[in-house]
Write a protein that binds this ligand. Structure first.
Ligand code: 5GP
Ligand code: ZN
Length: 138
């Protein structure tokens, strides 16, 4: 099936099968592959077959389907890998750590003692600052 791709996008080529990948799952909308630089054993990426650079560009149909697929993959990975937990990570923009500009969701199985960190440092805004940011967003 032909899909919307971007010529110079490596994840379009992988999702389309032009570049081989270790595919864990495939359907009409998605291909799920093993990450080549895994944080942990089983680290995988959900790639939509249609190109969208990031969450902002993702069609609603794909956006709603992707979490259902993430859940399905997570259940399978828990059963097969016996991981102790799992992080879903999805980066948008360079400042957020996105290095490949084709939307993807990381599935990162976690194991007790795996030594990985997916973390931020909490800050301490005042109540007024929290109120102000709420007003800015809504
Ligand atoms: P980002 O930092 O954009 O959220 O994540 C990009 C991810 O893609 C990284 O974890 C990186 O290891 C992975 N990656 C980059 N290029 C390739 C590739 O050609 N094949 C596979 N399987 N993973 C890739
Ligand atoms: Zn792409």
């Amino acid at each position: 099936m032909e899909y919307m791709k971007k010529e110079d996008c490596i994840f379009c080529k992988i999702a389309n099968g032009e570049i081989p990948s270790r595919t864990l799952y495939e359907d009409q909308l998605f291909r799920v592959i093993l990450d080549l630089g895994p944080a942990t054993k089983g680290h995988a990426l959900i790639l939509p077959k249609d190109h969208a650079a990031d969450l902002y560009e993702l069609p609603d149909e794909t956006a709603s389907a992707v979490l259902v697929l993430a859940k399905k993959m997570a259940l399978g990975m828990r059963e097969k890998l016996h991981c102790d937990g799992l992080n879903l990570v999805q980066n948008n923009g360079e400042v957020a750590g996105q290095t490949v500009r084709h939307f993807h969701v990381h599935l990162i199985p976690r194991y007790v003692g795996d030594g990985q960190k997916i973390n931020w440092t909490p800050t301490s805004p005042t109540s007024e600052e929290l109120d102000a940011v709420k007003e800015q967003i809504i």
